[in-house]
Structure formats: structure tokens, C-alpha cells
Design a protein around this ligand. Structure first.
Ligand SMILES: [Zn+2]
Length: 308
């Protein structure tokens, strides 16, 4: 069965049409009308109408977005898009669009895509991590999302206290967007690597320039990468000890640095209690489009679970 999928971000809405084999037939994007719900619905409806005309079908819709859903009401409880805050996205869109709509967090969608058809295919416990601007994650066990009381999960970049590691490496702590100080989120993404490098070398540059310089053997960049891997691997080792994942696919911009992920994997495997004879932390197959890929699989996964 064909699937329509949306990945809704703060700046753009991505839309994809997928065939039964999971191949993408059509892909488009449009700016997110982030403050206006009517304009938001019009943007989504417009993409669907266009695809219905082109493909002559009326498929189900999966939606991935950067935020959380209240597990009891289905209302959006966190998102950087005011237009959808507090809205029961799945049921409201379903009523407006007159077809089945399922909605999930984008990191969960990434983990699902990796578990079903990516680097974690046929693996039982999958901890998909996002090393993008900041740090996020999604957990899939036996093809199911895990769920709990608040609807917020997989957020291993918050609630940490990496202050000791910062001081040990001569770095000054910063306040996180969540209000705490010491969260890995401020240090474990591209923005964090840039902060580390700025503080250790005095050089304000992009994460791409830093990893390029690291590969070229630059001393300052080498030091920045060492600190980055030290901070991230400690927190990730704790998550691995807790979850015992079969695979930890990495998504987000940092996943494009295969050497960096291999370094991180080696440090994590050295630190954890379990023993592994092959890499555990690996670049995801869908590191750049996991939200959209996972959204296209939401109905497939729900049907596999007996229509939940
Ligand atoms: Zn935080």
C-alpha cells in the first residue's frame, strides 16, 4: 500500500510519497506556517491534494515532528511550532483530511526506520540517537515504541550533569535550553563541538571545518574531537548499560562523519559493562531523512502490532 509521510520541522514541512516497497516516489518541501494553524492545515492539505491528483490514490498518512504527545489525549505537549501546540494532531488532521493519520516524534521515527529497514534491520532493541544541532534519541523494541507517563522519552541529552567533564577539560558550563546546567545537549551536537573548539582554540568555526581539520591532523581540532567524544561516550555508555541495545544507529548531521562515529563507538564499547565483538554505535542508513522514512512506516508498524 502506498503511504504519504510528513516530517514537520520548525522551518520546513517535508512531504514524501512512498510505494509498498518503501521506495520514495515523490518528495517536496514547503516552509512551515509556524504561527498560523489555518495556514498550517492549508499547507498540508495542498501537498496531499497535489499527490492525490498525481497518484490517483487515497493513502494513509504518517507524520513525524520534533516534539512530544500527551500519551492520554494525543495533544502536542512540546514543539517549536506554536501553530500545533496543544492540538490533537492525529485525530484533528484525520478528521480534516478524511483518512487515517498517525503521528510520532521524529527521533522515534528515525529509530523505527532503522529498525525496520535500516542498519538495525531485524534487531530487537534499537536505540536511535540524533547527534544533530543538539542531542536526541528514540527507542524501538520489537518494532514497538516504548511509552510511558509523560510522552517525553529517549531524551538522553537532558538531565545529565557533564560539568565534571567540562571542568576536567578546561571548559566553562553553559545553561541548557531546558533550564538545567550541565546537559549533554549543549555539548553533544554540532553546536556543542563548535563551542568546545571555540573555547579550546579561540577559533569560531563550523563543525564541518573542525572535523576536516581533525582528519588533516590539526592539533587543536584533534583535542576538540577528543573532548567531544569523551563527553558523549560517557553519557552514551550509561544509556547502553541501561537499555542493552542490539544497535545504536546515529542520525543527524554528525552521523555523516563516519570516522568520528567509529571513534565514539570504540570509546563507548570500552566503557560499558557488556562485551561486543562488532561495532554497536554506527551511522544510520537514514541519518538525513529518518523522520520522513519512519513516518512512512508508522501504519506498517501499527498494523504489525495488530492495528494499534
Ligand atoms: Zn537540558
Amino acid at each position: 500500500m502506498m503511504q504519504y509521510a510528513f516530517d514537520i520541522g520548525g522551518s520546513k514541512i517535508e512531504f514524501g510519497v512512498f510505494d509498498e516497497a518503501g521506495d520514495i516516489l515523490s518528495h517536496s518541501k514547503t516552509p512551515t506556517p509556524s504561527n498560523d494553524r489555518d495556514a498550517f492545515v492549508a499547507a498540508v492539505s495542498g501537498l496531499i491534494d497535489e499527490a492525490d491528483r498525481e497518484f490517483g490514490d487515497h493513502p494513509n498518512i504518517g507524520v513525524s515532528f520534533a516534539g512530544g504527545l500527551d500519551p492520554h489525549t494525543g495533544a502536542v505537549i512540546s514543539a517549536n511550532i506554536p501553530a500545533i501546540m496543544g492540538w490533537c494532531l492525529a485525530s484533528e488532521l484525520s478528521a480534516i483530511l478524511n483518512r487515517k493519520v498517525l503521528v510520532a516524534n521524529d527521533a522515534d521515527c528515525f529509530a523505527l526506520a532503522e529498525a525496520i529497514s535500516g542498519v538495525a534491520k531485524d534487531k530487537r532493541t534499537v536505540f536511535g540517537i540524533i547527534l544533530g544541532t543538539g542531542v536526541g534519541g528514540g527507542i524501538v523494541v520489537d518494532g514497538h515504541f516504548i511509552g510511558g507517563r509523560s510522552g517525553i522519552r529517549g531524551e538522553w541529552g537532558h538531565g545529565n550533569d557533564v560539568t565534571g567533564g567540562l571542568i576536567r577539560n578546561g571548559l566553562a558550563p553553559v545553561k541548557c535550553g531546558c533550564g538545567n546546567t550541565g546537559c549533554l545537549d549543549a555539548w553533544g551536537g554540532a553546536r556543542g563541538l563548535e563551542h568546545i573548539h571555540a573555547q579550546t582554540s579561540g577559533n569560531h568555526t563550523t563543525s564541518f571545518d573542525i572535523t576536516d581539520a581533525w582528519r588533516a591532523g590539526d592539533d587543536y581540532a584533534t583535542r576538540s574531537i577528543e573532548i567531544y567524544c569523551d563527553l558523549v561516550s560517557r553519557e552514551l555508555a550509561l544509556m547502553v548499560n541501561v537499555l542493552d541495545p542490539d544497535c545504536v544507529p546515529v542520525g543527524g548531521g554528525m552521523a555523516s562523519e563516519a570516522n568520528l562515529i567509529a571513534e565514539l563507538d570504540a570509546m563507548v564499547r570500552q566503557r560499558v559493562l557488556g562485551r561486543y565483538d562488532a561495532p554497536l554505535v554506527v551511522p544510520g542508513r537514514y541519518s538525513t531523512d529518518g523522520g520522513l522514512r519512519g513516518a512512512a512506516l508508522l501504519h506498517v508498524a501499527a498494523n504489525a502490532q495488530g492495528g494499534q
